[in-house]
Write a protein that binds this ligand. Sequence first.
Ligand code: SAH
Length: 348
Amino acid sequence: MFDTLLNYDFSEVEKVCLDLGEPKFRAKQIFEGVYSGKKISEISNISKALKEKLLERFVDTPISLHTKLIGKDGTIKYVYKLADNNIVEGVFMSYKYGNTLCVSTQVGCRMGCKFCASTLGGLIRNLTAGEILAQVLFVNRDNGGDLKNRKVTNVVLMGSGEPLDNYDNVIKFFNLVSAENGINISQRNISLSTCGLVPQIRQMAELNLQITLTISLHAPNDEMRKKIMPIANKYSLKELIDAVKFYFNKTKRRIVFEYSLISGENDSFYCADELSKLLKGLACHVNLIPLNEVKERGMTGTNRKKAYAFADRLEKNGISATVRRTMGADIEGACGQLRAKILKNEEV
Ligand code: SAH
């Protein structure tokens, strides 16, 4: 009922054209139209009759803008409305070397991490590949980009949802977003972040994709991890690290670990030393992020001085680490925060 043309690759759009009794070459006009971020109704070089035929089968656009907030540091937070009126969010960050868009993969999330706002209302539904792609195309256009002059150069799957809990759609998204005749974002510029679904990490390793695998670790041992991440009850750190090694051996892509520093919980030197032991010998990098406080969760972030000391300790132990800038803190930058606020009818 809510199918979007963005769920189809170029050859499939050609088939759609033939199905509709149109010549195959129309596919190029349609494909380029929707990939430049336009709604079907906005594509100017196809006939009204063809648009009507397409609109009988597909939604005009899978996402539209609900809210846009621009932070002091230039970070842009987007809330999009889906065709079924659900909302998801994204963040667009500009760096010297390019612009990164953080996309959502599910409406809500069922992983239950204790510090995260995205999971507060549970999982509503998976996003389709086209709905994930639509976020990239929408923001690219909103920032003045098109297919030739891309404004979104990097994509991270770090918005709401657990990407590996929506495996098939996410893999399809990787293929669509990196297709040469589409927006053509190199897989090397894409990161998938997961709380650690071990079987899917192994499954993905077999595909030999070039994306960066990012693991949300947040604790140096099982006991502590279980307190904040329910997934730790299902897979031990040993199983997780083994799967990560498998991914590295298959793809030769360095692994990134995310570690949110929570004051008094996981930010001691003892934790840094344990973390170093856990990661010893792995081709990896640790991103430290002081927790972005979520009101509902009653946890606070480590101060920056202590975060740098934690990073130094890791470096001394031979583990590469950086403290990430917290971008967009003034606009509810962290995972799911803005959506949670909107759903509660709070002022944004
Ligand atoms: N489900 C995936 C994708 C979400 S990515 C995952 O778990 O990796 C978002 C990243 O931000 C994850 O590392 C997540 O653990 C982290 N995160 C969530 N809420 C946060 C918060 N309030 N402060 C800092 N990091 C947070």
